[in-house]
Write a protein that binds this ligand. Sequence first.
Ligand code: GUN
Length: 281
Amino acid sequence: MILNGKILSEKRLELLTEEIKESGIRPCLATVLVGDDPASHMYVRMKHKACEKVGITSVGAELPVEATTAEVLAAVEKFNKDPKVSGILVQLPLPPQVDTQAVIDAVSPEKDVDGFHPTSIGRLYSGHPKLVPCTPQGIMTMLAEHGIELAGKNAVVVGRSVDVGRPMAALLLNADATVTICHSKTQNLPAIMQQADILVSGIGKARFVTPEMVKEGAVVIDVGINHDENGKLCGDVDFDAVVEKASAITPVPGGVGPMTIATLMENTLKAAQAMSCNPAQ
Ligand code: GUN
């Protein structure tokens, strides 16, 4: 089974459009973009476009590459205070002179649609999530939509980032999987991966995951966005080889990626619904 994130995300976005229309709420996403990294600009553009598609208003603050921490904090604070804004997203990475953790900490937890604030992470890890990071939440949606059972399964997450690995592990644990988190210092990585019923790879190495590392019938989720030696976009998983062994697998592109943006839209509506002073009310 190929887990097609493009089709599923389009379906979710259509449902969300209806839900927003019927809710009478007009959610608003505010983005903060610092510097001129082309990939970051492209991601933010895609997010604004998705907003427009589903009926979410969006606003953006753009700061120059030499912006200070104080300037970025001021942009965040302005959106925190704005009652029309229901969700705030600071596009990462920030330039090196900016204190990224201070910026993440400054986002109001009620508007933290990225789910990176310590309050959001604490809620998730204590088993009472509100706003959950979009990529792992999108993966959970995909697994649920395809009826993939998680309770009691061995789940192995490769990567321990705040946006993917850690929240992914927490979500799988909350769903009663037995979870192992692996990372760059893990010993005998292939042997651990081989035990996985559910394997999530967020390593960032082109076609690193080969069939020898995958258990027969495993569900393989590829979070990698890499370019191979010919410049071709590919995931962490050697898809053509692993597809023979997996019971379900996500392609790159068209797997996890589109689900991330759909989940961001869902989080923005969720934040708007939870806001006591909604602009439409
Ligand atoms: N940069 C790469 N991934 C992400 C993400 O999920 N959220 C934000 N804000 N920036 C990112």
